[in-house]
Design a protein around this ligand. Sequence first.
Ligand code: FMN
Length: 200
Amino acid sequence: MKKVCILYDTVSGSTAEIAEILKDELSLRSCSVTIMSIAKNCDLDDFDIVIIGSPLRFGGFTSRIRKFIRKNRDKLRAKPLFIYITLLYLTRIDNNSPFEMQCYIDPSLEVTSFVKNEASSMDVSHSLAYYHNKMAHHLQGIHPLGIAFLNGRLIIEKLPLLTRLFMKIVIRLTTKEKEGDFINPSAVKEWAIEISSYIH
Ligand SMILES: Cc1cc2nc3c(=O)[nH]c(=O)nc-3n(C[C@H](O)[C@H](O)[C@H](O)COP(=O)(O)O)c2cc1C
């Protein structure tokens, strides 16, 4: 039985909730799954496979996830690694997918494609290419086997005051990032099946 660790960061709870759905699905498929908050000390040596879940923050990982990646770079290079990102808005520019690894996109994100010169700066800063560049910068030398973009949740009142004000402005500027709960369990389950087909 493979030992899987799901490490997550969360503010509004969706990345944590997705970890539970992944755990249930992977447990049905001969995996022993431990879920851990990124705030806790985790020794990756105890596990065969690592799954990291991060809410998207301005197109990249949260600061706690970035710090964890920095601290555990060598171990993460040596382990089968999967990453999931919870987010609210995803575009493609010129239909590009810059990811070299397997990339799963939650259908409920309803990705919109743009031709480069017709995309607004908001659309560009929510594109697969933009997210890829930010994440690649932090992953340097770490090669996940797969990455999933999963619909998340935004609960404004759970955010710190300044972030709350900032997000209210963002919501006014883009109709795509909005408050609400958009978790799509069937997409999470579908990705769990993809993961298990890699590891068995
Ligand atoms: C400060 C901030 C920045 C965010 N940046 C993005 C972003 O660049 N793209 C996006 O689609 N969603 C963005 N989001 C939305 C979150 O990624 C989404 O709500 C996520 O599901 C939250 O995860 P959690 O419920 O585990 O906290 C942002 C949210 C906050 C509060």
